[in-house]
Design a protein around this ligand. Structure first.
Ligand code: C2E
Ligand code: MG
Ligand code: MG
Length: 696
C-alpha cells in the first residue's frame, strides 16, 4: 500500500497527534463546561442571596405585598441567562414570579408539577438549568424563600463554541508544527536507512561486491549495515572461489580442447579439428556455390627412416616438417597433421588454380633442403595430391579420398611431385582396388605368367634373361607389372608374387639351360617390400632346394632406393644371397639416390643403367655424360654394367664402345613367354656403325 516506510510512519504520527489533540480538546471542553456550570451556579447562589437581602425589608414587617416585591425584582429581569426568579412565603403559599430573558426555556407546567419545598437544587434538567433555593431572613426566623432558575445550556454551548474557536486555531497550529517536527525527525531517523538502501541498489547494479557501506552508529541500522557488509564479504569470497574454480575449469577445458584438436607432437591441428572445420567450410561453400581445395601430402620413404634411424628421429623430422610447411603458408591457410607422416593443407578461401599450383611447388621445393638432425643430413621428399570440393560434391570423405588418390598418383609418377585430382582417377582407383583384390585369385588361377627378356654381352651372345611378370586378367586383359606391382606392394601382396615368380623361374630353369646351352643367369626383380620380409632368404633357399636350383644361375635385381631404404637388412640379406652364389644387380641406377658413397659399402655385382639415360643417348649430352660416368664408376668399383632399354644399333654401339658389359632391350627381343623365347636368336652380330655424331 505504501511505497515508502515514511508514509505509514507519517500517517501513524499524524493520527496519533490528531487523537491526542481531539482527546485534549474534548477533555478541555468537558472541563470547561463543568467549570462554567459551577461558575453559573456560584453566581446564581450569589444572585439568590442578593435578591433575598433585597426582598427582606419588603417582607420584614410581616406583611406580604406582591407589588413592591415585583417592583424590586423588575430591574433584575434583564439579567443574562435568567429564566425566572420565584419568591415564596415561608409556608410556600404565596408566590411572586419574575420571568427572565430566557423564560421561554421552561413550560409553565414545569412550575405546576414542582413542589416548591422540595425543589432540586444545583444543575438539573439534564444539565440545562441551574436551580438555587435560598431563605429570606435568618435561618431561625425565615420570612420567605427565593428560588432562582438560570439557563446553563445556552451559555455552556456558546462557551464551548468560543472555546473551540479560540483553542482550535492554536491547537491546530501546534498540531501542524508538531507533525512537521515529527516528520522531520522520522525523516532524519530514516535517512541512514535510505542511504543503506541506495548502497544495496548500487551494489546490485554495479555487481561490485568489494564495496562496503560506512555507518558507525551502534543502532539497528548499524547492525543491519554490519550484516550487509558481512554478507558482501561472504559473497566476495564465494565469488573469488567461484572465479578460481571457473578458471580451473576453463583451463582444463582448454587443455582438453587442445588434446582433442591438436597434435601433441607438432602442435598442429589434428584430424578431428580439421575435419570439424572442413565440414563447416564445405557446408558454407555449398551454400554459396564456392569451391574449396585440399592439399594432401605425405613424406616419401618415411617408414624407412623410422625403421632404420628410429622413431625419435622420425618424430624430429615430423616436427621439422610442420615448421617448414607452416612457414610456407599465408595467413588464412591451415595445415594439419592427420596422423603418421600424413599432412593436410587447406588453402585460404580465395585461392585459385594458379595459387594452388604455386603452393604445391613451393611445398615440394621446401623439401629439397636436407634436414640436419643429430649430425645427419637427411633428404626427405613429399608427394602431394590436390582435390577440390566441387569434384567431390562437397562430401568430406569423398574429398579426402580424392586428395589421397591424387597423392598416390604422385607417388606412382615418381616421388617429390604433386597431382591435381581429376574424376577419371576414381575409375582407375576402382580398377586398382579390383586388381588388388584379385591378385591371390589370379596367382591361384594361373593368370600370371613369366616373360623373359634376354641380355647379351659385348659379343652379342645371350648371357642371361630378366624374368618379367605379366598378368592376363580375365576382365582387363594383359596388365603390366608397372601397374600391378605398386598395387601389390601397397596391398601387402608382393610376397606371394615374388614367391610365385621365383618358383616359376626355378621350374623353367632346366628348359632355359637347355636352350642357352652354356652358363647364364636369370634375373628376378625384388621389391622394397620384399626386403622388409625377414623370411625372404629362407623362402628363396627353400624354393632353390625344392627345385634343386643352382644359385649360380640366379640373379636378383633391386632398385637402389629399395636397397638403401632398409640398408642394414638389405646388406645382410644380399650378402647371404651372394655367399650362396647368386648375383645381385642394382636396377634403374641413376634415378634414385644422388650420393654414390654407399656404393663401396654394398654387396652387388652389377649396375643396371636405367633406360631413361639410354633412350636419350643420341639427343642428350647430359645422358651421354651420365651413362659414361656410370660405366666409368662401375669399372673403378670392379662392377659389371648392364644397360637396359636398347632400342637401336646406335645406342648399343655407343654403350659397347664405352665398355658396357651387357645390354638388354627391344633391339634384341621384347620380354616374351618361354615358348617364344626358344625362337629368339642366341647371338646378335654387332654391325660397326659410324658413330661420329656421338663423339665416339
Ligand atoms: P625393370 O626391372 O627395370 O624391367 C625392365 C623394364 O623395361 C621392363 O618393363 C621391360 O619390358 C622394359 N624394357 C626392356 N627393354 C626395353 C626397351 O628397349 N624399351 C622400352 N621402352 N622398355 C624396355 P616391364 O616388364 O613392364 O616391367 C616394368 C617393371 O616392373 C620392371 O622394371 C620391374 O621393376 C617391375 N617388375 C616386372 N616384373 C616384376 C616382378 O616379377 N617382381 C617385381 N618386384 N617387379 C617386377
Ligand atoms: Mg629389373
Ligand atoms: Mg630397370
Amino acid at each position: 500500500m505504501f511505497r515508502s516506510i515514511k508514509a505509514p510512519i507519517g500517517f501513524i504520527v499524524s493520527m496519533s497527534l490528531l487523537v491526542i489533540v481531539v482527546t485534549v480538546l474534548l477533555f478541555a471542553a468537558s472541563e470547561s463546561k463543568r467549570l462554567y456550570q459551577d461558575n453559573i451556579k456560584t453566581q446564581s447562589d450569589f444572585f439568590s442571596e442578593t435578591i433575598a437581602q433585597l426582598i427582606f425589608p419588603l417582607v420584614n414587617e410581616g406583611t406580604w405585598d406582591n407589588v413592591p416585591i415585583e417592583n424590586a425584582l423588575s430591574t433584575l429581569s434583564y439579567r443574562e441567562n435568567l429564566i425566572a426568579v420565584r419568591i415564596y412565603s415561608p409556608d410556600y403559599s404565596r408566590v411572586v414570579q419574575l420571568n427572565g430573558r430566557e423564560s421561554e426555556r421552561l413550560q409553565e407546567s414545569f412550575f405546576q408539577e414542582l413542589d416548591p419545598k422540595n425543589v432540586p437544587v444545583g444543575v438539573v434538567d439534564d444539565c440545562q438549568i441551574v436551580v438555587t433555593h435560598y431563605p429570606i431572613g435568618s435561618p431561625a426566623f425565615v420570612r420567605g424563600y427565593v428560588q432562582v432558575y438560570t439557563d446553563v445550556r445556552a451559555p455552556v454551548g456558546s462557551n464551548f463554541f468560543s472555546l473551540v474557536f479560540y483553542v482550535f486555531s492554536p491547537v491546530f497550529i501546534v498540531f501542524v508544527i508538531t507533525l512537521i517536527v515529527c516528520l522531520l525527525a522520522v525523516n532524519k531517523l530514516l535517512k541512514p536507512l535510505g542511504a543503506l538502501s541506495a548502497f544495496t541498489k548500487q551494489v546490485t547494479q554495479a555487481k561490485d561486491y568489494t564495496l562496503r557501506h560506512k555507518y558507525t552508529k551502534r543502532d539497528e541500522i548499524g547492525g543491519l549495515t554490519h550484516n550487509i557488509n558481512r554478507l558482501l564479504e561472504t559473497i566476495e569470497v564465494e565469488l573469488l572461489i567461484n572465479q578460481e574454480q571457473n578458471q580451473a575449469l576453463m583451463d582444463q577445458q582448454e587443455i582438453m580442447t587442445r588434446l582433442a584438436n591438436y597434435d601433441s607432437l607438432t602442435g598442429l591441428p589434428n584430424r578431428q579439428f580439421v575435419f570439424d572445420s572442413m565440414k563447416l567450410e564445405l557446408a558454407r561453400a555449398k551454400r554459396n556455390g564456392d569451391d574449396v581445395a585440399l592439399l594432401f601430402f605425405d613424406l616419401d620413404g618415411f617408414k624407412g627412416i623410422n625403421d632404420s634411424l628410429g622413431h625419435e628421429t622420425g618424430d624430429l623430422i615430423l616436427v621439422e616438417v610442420a615448421s617448414r610447411v607452416s612457414m610456407l603458408l599465408r595467413e588464412g591457410d591451415l595445415v594439419a597433421r592427420l596422423g603418421g607422416d600424413e599432412f593436410l593443407v587447406v588453402p585460404d578461401r580465395e585461392s585459385n588454380d594458379a595459387s594452388l599450383h604455386n603452393l604445391a611447388t613451393r611445398l615440394i621445393h621446401a623439401f629439397a633442403e636436407p634436414f640436419e638432425l643429430r649430425g645427419l643430413s637427411l633428404t626427405v621428399g613429399v608427394s602431394a595430391g590436390i582435390a577440390k570440393a566441387k569434384d567431390a560434391e562437397y562430401d568430406l570423405s569423398e574429398l579426402m579420398s580424392n586428395a589421397d588418390l591424387a597423392m598416390y598418383r604422385s607417388k606412382a609418377k615418381g616421388r617429390g611431385s604433386y597431382t591435381v585430382f581429376t574424376p577419371d582417377m576414381v575409375e582407375s582407383h576402382k580398377r586398382k582396388l579390383h586388381l588388388a583384390n584379385a591378385i591371390e585369385k589370379g596367382l591361384a588361377n594361373n593368370e600370371f605368367s613369366v616373360y623373359y627378356q634376354i641380355k647379351i654381352n659385348q659379343r652379342g651372345q645371350v648371357i642371361g634373361m630378366e624374368a618379367l611378370l605379366r598378368w592376363n586378367h580375365p576382365e582387363y586383359g594383359m596388365v603390366m607389372p608397372s601397374e600391378f606391382i605398386p598395387i601389390a606392394e601397397q596391398g601387402g601382396r608382393i610376397s606371394s608374387i615374388t614367391h610365385w615368380i621365383i618358383n616359376k623361374v626355378c621350374q623353367d630353369l632346366p628348359e632355359l639351360k637347355q636352350w642357352v646351352g652354356r652358363k647364364f643367369r636369370v634375373s628376378v626383380n625384388l621389391s622394397v617390400h620384399d626386403l622388409r620380409n625377414s623370411n625372404l632368404f629362407d623362402n628363396i633357399y627353400a624354393i632353390f632346394k625344392r627345385h634343386d636350383t643352382n644359385p649360380e644361375y640366379m640373379e636378383f635385381e633391386v632398385t637402389e632406393t629399395a636397397y638403401l631404404e632398409n640398408f642394414a637388412n638389405s646388406n645382410k640379406f644380399f650378402k647371404r644371397l651372394s655367399n650362396m652364389g647368386c648375383a645381385i644387380a642394382l636396377d634403374d641406377f641413376g634415378t634414385g639416390y644422388s650420393s654414390l658413397s654407399y656404393l663401396t659399402q654394398i654387396s652387388i655385382d652389377t649396375l643396371k643403367i636405367d633406360k631413361q639415360f639410354v633412350r636419350e643417348i643420341e639427343q642428350s649430352e647430359r645422358s651421354r655424360l651420365v651413362t659414361g660416368s656410370i660405366i666409368d664408376l662401375a669399372k673403378r668399383l670392379s662392377l659389371q654394367v648392364c644397360a637396359e632399354g636398347i632400342e637401336n644399333e646406335a645406342q648399343w654401339e655407343y654403350l659397347s664402345e664405352h665398355g658396357c658389359d651387357s645390354v638388354q632391350g627391344f633391339l634384341f627381343s621384347k620380354p616374351v613367354p618361354i615358348d617364344d623365347l626358344m625362337s629368339v636368336p642366341l647371338c646378335f652380330p654387332r654391325r660397326v656403325l659410324d658413330m661420329d655424331f656421338l663423339g665416339v
